[in-house]
Write a protein that binds this ligand. Structure first.
Ligand SMILES: [Zn+2]
Ligand SMILES: [Zn+2]
Length: 174
């Protein structure tokens, strides 16, 4: 099964498509699919479509990366992002009830092509980690002088502070 030529539009033509397995490969410009700011690398998509006369079953793998600022050290870094999702496309609501609501789309019987843009955009956004760290052991900034401990050290006296005790300390300071 050879993937089709790379396509910039995240659309799969289904009208006239034979039943069976079909492979697709896409490479989309992030801004063309509504991903702005942090996103500047192509969004690479591998999709497999299993078509029967009653439904279409799509599996999608997405690879891209985005540029972020570290939550802890403010260092800029590139974060690879991957996502995977499955989607059923069915022709009526009754059939759709068999599947989890976020894994099924109802389409009209005369649908010409499946537009994957919205699903792929959402999956990419969901793949962004909640905590953005430039590296696993990011040392962060010195709370006193702001030195970036990933790159330099500073002479500030290290204050031994354990966040678990800070509440207690606040009480004692009163
Ligand atoms: Zn960092
Ligand atoms: Zn310091």
């Amino acid at each position: 099964m050879k993937p089709e030529k790379k396509n910039e539009e995240l659309k799969i033509r289904i009208s006239g498509l034979s039943n069976g397995l079909h492979d697709y490969r896409f490479s989309a410009d992030p801004s063309a699919i509504g991903l702005e700011n942090n996103f500047n690398k192509p969004v690479e998509v591998d999709a497999h479509l299993d078509k029967t006369s009653r439904q279409l079953y799509l599996t999608v793998d997405i690879r891209t990366s985005a540029h972020f600022e570290c939550d802890r050290s403010l260092d800029e870094f590139e974060q690879p992002l991957t996502a995977h999702f499955n989607m059923f496309f069915v022709y009526d609501e009754l059939e759709a009830d068999k599947y989890p609501p976020d894994e099924v789309h109802v389409i009209a019987p005369d649908t010409v092509s499946l537009d994957l843009t919205k699903d792929i955009r959402e999956m990419v956004l969901l793949s962004v980690p909640l905590k953005l760290l430039c590296r696993e052991n990011c040392k962060g900034l010195c709370p006193q002088c702001g030195t970036n401990w990933n790159h330099e050290s500073c002479d500030c006296k290290e204050e031994v502070s354990d966040p678990r005790w800070s509440g207690l300390k606040d009480l004692l300071d009163k």
